[in-house]
Design a binder for this molecule. Structure first.
Ligand code: UD1
Ligand code: CA
Length: 468
């Protein structure tokens, strides 16, 4: 990627207004940390080697959460404001002997909905105007709380300066145009003025926004570009603001799926991550959650209250109400639930059934096999056409180790049988109901593992007579 831009992402702040212990930039919307959304947008402009994330508050946990993206980190030990954050970047580049990029795109870790197209438009506008600073702005219905951008002349790109909400004179509503917290700078012009910032303001912080006024006073060009949509520059300073952004993202996911032929009843009640894919002609009922890398084939039906995470479904799968799937794979035509729990490593074969109150984990269930009621299947490989009666349990854990169960094709496991692993049951075997199976069962054999029933005729009558 050939670009004159480096990128700074400011992510060191405490997020005091959240009243949460978790750093603000690690709060999630649309199933992903705010900062990861911002990094994804940044990556469309510059490679990871040219992206510098400024971290401070809870720096270690922030780094850990995003370092897989390969970006660079700059430490801001004390959070003395957004201007101070950029001072730390300047110092970092100087101390590490890194040549500063010609232009710097500055992003805020808490403005997560910013679109790649908007960043592309902003950087192009900055270059076209040969500006020292270009500010991305918006005019939202309620500008309260944001820094306000004063244009030099109405209708012109030139800016006079930015005033923070807290620093507006009393009874002054301020300009309606807000600063998004996203800017482009000619890096030399920015770095030459960072040392001139003062903290004589309402927040006692070094404001990056004051650079606008300083540049204008020097006769340098500061311009503003209004974003096409207000929504993408809204900040996330409170949980309520975040949930507003989250709802907007989830609805966008639902709309994307509906536009591609998926039916979603009451999309406002569904929680769908941006990473989810669903093929056309599948139906999603109200109150369904589709999370992470979930992918669903065509002509499936996902009934209400099911939660699918990182799971893959083939075509024609019916997921009845209240199922929970986590890292599960389900082949074409399978039927799940109601209330089935498929844990990681569940691999359900074509047209297989996993019914009510059945829990599976690390299980391969073969084609057409059925476990319809009240069963636990863990660490097992089960063949095709096998019938698993109500209440069957694989006893896979001896308190120390997990053990494997292997069951062949066309096996009949009678209700309430327990299979003490490690154990193998051959093809076509028949296990009598309520058996406790501790020894391997060969193919086509009948295995019975229960005490013989004793029946005493007339016993109750005799007891009653004795009591009288
Ligand atoms: C900032 C802008 C405001 C703009 C708004 C848009 C300033 C002074 N004000 O206000 O004009 O309308 O964003 O959302 O910049 N951060 C650091 N180090 C610090 C302080 C903050 O890295 O010392 C980071 C924060 O983690 C955050 C970003 O900078 O990601 C913005 O800081 P925040 O305190 O949220 O600024 P706002 O008050 O929202
Ligand atoms: Ca903010």
């Amino acid at each position: 990627m050939e670009t004159s831009f480096g990128i700074a992402i400011m992510a060191a702040g405490k997020g005091t207004r959240l009243k949460s212990r978790r750093p603000k930039v690690l709060h999630e919307i649309g199933g992903q940390a705010l900062l990861l959304h911002v990094i994804a947008a940044a990556r469309t402009i510059a490679p990871a080697a040219k992206i510098f994330c400024i971290v401070g508050h809870e720096a270690a946990s922030v780094r850990t959460a995003v370092e897989h993206t390969g970006i660079q980190f700059v430490h801001q030990p004390e959070q003395r404001g957004t201007g101070h954050a950029l001072q730390m970047l300047e110092q970092h580049l100087r101390l590490t002997g890194t040549t500063p990029p010609e232009n710097l795109l500055v992003l805020s870790g808490d403005v997560p909905l910013i679109k790649p197209e908007t960043l592309a438009a902003l950087t192009a506008f900055h270059l076209r105007k040969s500006a020292a600073m270009t500010i991305l702005t918006a005019v939202p219905p309620n500008p309260f709380g944001y820094g306000r951008v004063n244009r030099l002349y109405a209708g012109e790109a030139e800016v006079a300066g930015i005033v923070e909400q807290k620093d507006l004179p009393k009874d002054d509503p301020g300009a309606p145009e807000i600063n998004s917290g996203i800017y482009c700078f000619k890096t030399s012009a920015l770095f030459a003025n960072l040392g001139r910032l003062s903290d004589k303001n309402a927040s006692r912080e070094l404001y990056l926004t004051d650079i606008a006024g300083l540049l204008v006073a020097e006769g340098q060009r500061v311009v503003a570009l209004q974003a096409e949509s207000v929504d993408e520059v809204l900040g996330a300073n409170t949980i309520s603001e975040m949930m507003h952004l989250d709802a907007a993202m989830r609805l966008a996911s639902a709309q994307r799926l509906m536009a591609s032929g998926v039916t979603i009843f009451r999309p406002d009640t569904c929680v769908i991550d941006a990473t989810v894919t669903v093929a056309a002609d599948t139906t999603i009922e109200p109150y369904v959650q589709l999370l992470g890398n979930t992918s669903i084939g065509t002509n499936c039906r996902i009934r209400s209250y099911s939660v699918l995470q990182n799971s893959t479904l083939g075509a024609n799968v019916l997921v009845r109400n209240g199922c929970i799937l986590d890292e599960a794979k389900v082949a074409d035509g399978a039927v799940l639930g109601p209330y089935a729990h498929l844990r990681p490593g569940s691999d359900i074969g074509e047209s297989a059934h996993v019914g009510n109150f059945v829990e599976t984990k690390k299980v391969r269930l073969g084609k057409g096999s059925k476990a319809n009621h009240l069963t636990y299947l863990g660490d097992a490989v089960i063949g095709a056409g096998t019938n698993i009666g109500a209440g069957v349990i694989t006893c896979n854990y001896d308190g120390v180790h997990k053990h494997q169960t292997t069951i062949g094709d066309n096996v009949f496991l009678g209700s309430d049988s327990t299979l003490v692993a490690p154990i193998t049951v051959g093809d076509g075997a028949f296990i009598a109901a309520a058996s406790c199976i501790t020894e391997d069962v060969p193919a086509e054999a009948l295995a019975l593992g229960r005490t013989r029933q004793i029946t005493k005729p007339g016993w109750v009558t005799a007891r009653k007579a004795a009591k009288a």
